[in-house]
Design a protein around this ligand. Structure first.
Ligand code: ADP
Length: 484
């Protein structure tokens, strides 16, 4: 069990139309702590009819909400932000219990997640339309920006709070409503946020959190004529399926999907900074982020030195339950996740890779895994084409910029890329040449609410965060004012 200063933040019911509800048939599923395997509690497995109720309530609430002034909506979001930060410690404890990440990272995510509420509260007041010079003397051309309407969100377990606020904050800021289905591994962070949203004055029905069978809920959301937009963060495979399901009702779709980030280290790079960047990019959240470095390309001239420096640091990473002092690497989310890391390592070893450090399950058992560095990695390995989503860094050797750029872009994904060099010409060439929505130049951690986040290619569409994140929740209406 998690002990909280405010125990009322721990809810084992879904939040639908402003009420805390169970499934009509009483069906529940368990939520466990990935560090201990201990059961934390249960959540309702809602039927489609309750999800439908949530959508209908969202429609009703949105009609009133969109009529309120932007300043008024902003003040509710700002209050929600304040409450999130006042309860940062409890929210972080809850997150570490259900997700496993080290408590400091959980605290960081509460601050990062909440920052979207603050940012979009501020942005709410700056959604401007347009007056366009007319095409006829008796007419005027006006452009209005209006909320899309009822939105549905499906979110993953790796960032249980931030992946919801990044969607709900802009949606509510512009006057939309939202029904959210959090990952079944991490529902309590979402439900605690709903408690605080309620306290902040988010009207009943405007934001619902539904729990249960992902497929059934996804079908109800995507088949609904009321839902105008689906926003999803998760695997490319599920994203593809949901996009297909949205085709019949021509919903607007925003997708934040998988990545396969290249992390490139040139021979002129500040190697210590590159090692720091790689550590943060690769091992944060135990390697379970879609912007994690997946393939580390190192120039031949500095390959051995970089590998040695990285392995020395990685070997010192402390593995354990997120609540233990000094822990930097928590458990992986599930046994299946461990098996994926194992299969990537096995494949790499069969194809000539060598382990510098780590390489196997951690002696702590469960889903703990040793942070791993593999050298002599090559492009025929599984890890070259697929996201490992675990603490394993494969180091690939390169000799020229053109060669590494070609390899870096040789993937169906295009979310994040990283590039370390001190040559301004090279930096520009790479920043422009890398086919991804985010590029970190001499920086391993680049996510922030002020900048756009989103992917090229099969990493998705749409952008979250920043002024661009508002656009995903807005319709553009042209009003032709005639008869003048
Ligand atoms: P991961 O493999 O990282 O869990 P998923 O794409 O499977 O990524 O999960 C992301 C979110 O999508 C979760 O909330 C999950 O419950 C949900 N999900 C999984 N399958 C479906 C589906 N068929 N329809 C709707 N949502 C789904």
């Amino acid at each position: 069990m998690v002990s909280l200063k405010d125990p009322s933040l721990f809810r084992q019911q879904a939040y639908v139309a402003g009420e805390w509800v169970d499934a009509a048939d009483g069906k529940t599923e368990d939520v466990t702590n990935p560090a201990t395997g201990e059961k934390l509690g249960t959540i309702p497995v809602l039927g489609r009819d309750i999800v439908k109720q949530a959508i209908e309530a969202a429609e009703k609430a949105q009609k009133l909400w969109k009529k309120r002034t932007a300043k008024d909506r902003a003040s509710v979001l700002m209050k929600w932000y304040d409450l999130m930060m006042e309860n940062q410690e409890d929210l972080a404890q809850l997150m570490t219990a259900e997700q496993g990440k080290p408590i400091n990272e959980a605290r960081g995510e509460i601050a990062y997640g909440s920052s979207f509420l603050q940012w979009f509260a501020e942005e709410a007041k700056r959604v401007y339309g347009d007056v366009i010079p007319t095409f006829a003397a008796d007419k005027r051309v006006i452009v209005l920006k209006e909320p899309v309407g009822v939105c549905a969100a499906i979110t993953p377990w790796n960032f249980p709070t931030a992946m919801i606020t990044r969607k709900a904050a802009p949606a509510l800021a512009v006057g939309c409503s939202m029904v959210v289905k959090p990952a079944s591994e991490t529902p309590y962070s979402a439900l605690a946020m709903a408690v605080l949203a309620e306290r902040a004055g988010v009207p009943k029905g405007l934001l619902s959190i539904v729990t249960g069978d992902a497929k059934e809920i996804g079908l109800e959301m995507t088949e609904s004529n009321i839902v105008r937009k689906l926003t999803f963060t998760g695997s490319t495979q599920v994203g593809r399926l949901l996009m297909r399901q949205c085709a019949d009702t021509i919903k607007k779709v925003s997708l934040e999907l998988g990545g396969n980030a290249p992390f490139i280290v040139c021979e002129d790079a500040d190697l210590d900074a590159a090692v720091e960047g790689a550590m943060a990019s690769k091992y944060r959240n135990t390697g379970q982020t879609c912007v994690c470095a997946n393939r580390i390309f190192v120039h031949d001239a500095v390959y051995d030195t970089f590998a040695e420096k990285l392995a020395a640091k990685v070997a010192k990473l402390q593995v354990g339950a997120g609540t233990e002092d000094g822990v930097e690497i928590g458990p992986l989310i599930t046994e299946k996740a461990v098996q994926k890391v194992e299969s990537h390592i096995k494949d790499a070893l069969e194809k000539g890779g060598r382990i510098l450090t780590g390489g196997k399950r951690h002696e702590k058992g469960g889903t703990f895994f040793e942070p791993t560095v593999i050298v002599d990695a090559t492009r025929d390995m599984q890890v070259f084409g697929e996201e490992t989503f675990g603490p394993m860094a494969p180091l690939i050797r390169f000799k020229t910029d053109d060669e590494v750029l070609e390899m870096a872009n040789d993937t169906e994904f295009g979310l994040a890329s990283y590039f370390y060099s001190r040559d301004i010409g090279r930096i520009w060439k790479m920043a422009e040449g890398l086919e991804s929505g985010l590029v970190g130049v001499n920086a391993g951690v680049i996510s922030t609410e002020v900048a756009p986040f989103g992917g090229y290619k099969q990493s998705g569409n749409g952008r979250e965060g920043s002024k661009y994140g508002m656009e995903d929740y807005l319709e553009t209406k042209y009003v032709c004012m005639g008869g003048l």
